[in-house]
Structure formats: structure tokens, C-alpha cells
Design a binder for this molecule. Structure first.
Ligand SMILES: [Zn+2]
Length: 169
């Protein structure tokens, strides 16, 4: 959604004394490091205690990192890793890194978390409807969207269509 994207951009650029480009590249580095670790990690391993890594992987259908990522392009894998770890350019995360003041979604209804972006924000109603029609409403839940190998590519297609994560490439 273009309006959404532009609004977010304006907001970032509107913060006066901050060097936006510096922040952007710093953020990119942080995100890339985290997503690289995520891709390497075997999520089902007991050695991983970080809740963020495990949050969406409790379902039996969630596969290990290798199995999931082998079928994806590098870019798709990076996007999936961002969504799973919540290290992505959504407002909740940008707010955590003090890049923007307001963690709320541009629509103003709720904090823009990964879950809110994927399942709730009305800005992407059209894209979400297409996704739901493709995978069925029973699969419209986080463990399937980010952990079910049969569903993940459809989730990534939704993300791509919204254009919301294009900031990071
Ligand atoms: Zn929204």
C-alpha cells in the first residue's frame, strides 16, 4: 500500500536532527545480523532459549530452519527470518530502536507488530483476503503463516504485495 509506505517514510524523515541515512544503515546491519543468525539457527533445538526465536515455532508443523529455508530464495528467506524474529521494519521494531516515536500502525488502531501486520491491519484487507482465499481461514494463524512449509510462500506473497517491508532489501 503506497499511502501507508509514504506515510511511514515521511515520519522517519520528519524527525529533525537525526541522520536518517545513518540510522537506516545501522538498522539494516542490526536486522541483517539478526536474520542471518535466525537462518542459521535450528529453531527446534533446546539450546535456543530466546522466546522470540521460539514464539512461532511451537506447533508440530513448524519445521527446522534448514528444511524451511531450503525451498526459498535468499530474499524470501531473509524476509521470513525478519518476520519470525520480529526484526523487521514494522513500527514496533523501529520504535524499539528509537528510530520513530510511535510504535502504532499508520492506521492508528494498534501497535504495528508482525502479527498485527499479517492478520489484522485493515490497510491490507485486499491482500489478506486473497491470502485467506488461497490458504483457507483455518490457516490464518501465526504458526501456519510463519511455520507451515506449505503456507510460507503464500505468506511471503502477501508481504510482497503489501510492499510494507520494502525498506530493507
Ligand atoms: Zn494498520
Amino acid at each position: 500500500m503506497d499511502i501507508h509506505k509514504h506515510a511511514a517514510k515521511e515520519k522517519i524523515q520528519g524527525d529533525p536532527p537525526i541522520n536518517v541515512y545513518k540510522l537506516k544503515s545501522a538498522l539494516n546491519i542490526v536486522i541483517n545480523t539478526h536474520t542471518a543468525n535466525e537462518i542459521k539457527a535450528n529453531w527446534n533445538s533446546d539450546s535456543i532459549t530466546n522466546k522470540r526465536y521460539r514464539r512461532f515455532t511451537r506447533s508440530r508443523r513448524a519445521k527446522t530452519g534448514t528444511q524451511l529455508y531450503n525451498s526459498l530464495t535468499r530474499k524470501q528467506g531473509a524476509t521470513l527470518a525478519q518476520l519470525r524474529t520480529e526484526h523487521c521494519r514494522l513500527n514496533q521494531y523501529l520504535h524499539r530502536f528509537k528510530i520513530i516515536d510511535d510504535p502504532n500502525c499508520e492506521c492508528g488502531h494498534r501497535i504495528e507488530t508482525v502479527e498485527y501486520f499479517l492478520l489484522h491491519c485493515r490497510t491490507y484487507g485486499k491482500e489478506r483476503k486473497e491470502l485467506r482465499e488461497k490458504i483457507g481461514w483455518r490457516k490464518m494463524r501465526m504458526p501456519d503463516l510463519l511455520g507451515n512449509p506449505k503456507i510460507i510462500k503464500d505468506t511471503l506473497e502477501y508481504v510482497e504485495k503489501t510492499g510494507r517491508l520494502k525498506f530493507i532489501t
